[in-house]
Design a protein around this ligand. Sequence first.
Ligand code: BGC
Length: 355
Amino acid sequence: MTSLSAPRVATLAALFLAMTAVSGCTTYPGEETTAPPAFAEPFAPIDAARQNAEMGRGVNVLGYDPVWTDPAKARFTPGHFKIIRDGGFKTVRVVLQSFDHMDSSNQLGPQWLGTLDKMVKAALGEGLNVILDEHDFDMCGKDAAGCRVKLNAFWSQIAPRYKDAPGKVMFEILNEPNRAMTPELWNTQLHETLAIIRSSNPTRNVIIGPGNWNGLEQLAVLDLPADDQHIIVTFHYYHPMEFTHQGASWVEFTKNLSGVTWGTVADYARLNKELDQVKDWSVAHSRPIFMGEFGAYENGAMADRVKWTSAIARAAEARGFSWAYWYFDQGFTVYDIDKQAWVEPIKNALIPPAN
Ligand code: BGC
């Protein structure tokens, strides 16, 4: 390892500052840090049901944004949190694909952490509830043992880092456990990772969903620690996949579909039956429910997407579920970053204009 003398560090720092000033780079050395962020408000525990009621309507953000690898190419900027808040949303689910940003010892680097801190603080500054969602479901679905190491490493770093963050910050252990991470393995994994989180955050609300892609059918076998009441349960709703994922390249059995419609009496009946199933589970297990993803891919007809989106959102609200729409700016777009404008039909389906 080469050691740097103090004057040499100062010279390098000055050079770096000058370079970023010239390039107009949007991160600054001060944001690249491993030190935990300071928050304006201290942590105070919030009853899980109360927090879920406060979460209300939300949206998924940031997951696939270039900001994580090259801040100069960011599409989503901190200013979007104000647009989201002014648009009527109360929660953001921050989608974190962190595994690719770990070093060989599974440590997250200063730039990635600095970007996360900046975004979390900006969202809190707008009064939004913020979910930190570990979203490496694809890797976890292929290699449950490898996932275990990285997932535990992630929460071993992020939970202590955010232990003093206000209660509006919640942790979601893992998006959509699937395939190799079977519902049985997931039950073991969630207990193990939750214990890691609880050693620094004993009363922060943690979001946990069932196995098989957070499918509602798997709620029946989800095993949660009975003595932990700071848990909000999540599920994802994309039924019927043939409608919501028609033409979506990443889903084998729907990628070649098009022209699939939605909105028959039977379609509404299925929706109500399935969401009733979730509600029944929620009452029986005394756990609040967050519908953390739902959306219809933009290959479907807009009129039907609007009908579906509005029906799902209202059906969730009628049952007391909070929700987050998938997704802010890609594929299921509710906000067009290129035009810096809401996609009005989807936005209005999610948040009906007053009157
Ligand atoms: C995935 C996205 C996908 C969406 C709908 C999310 O959990 O991260 O890649 O577009 O689900 O299929």
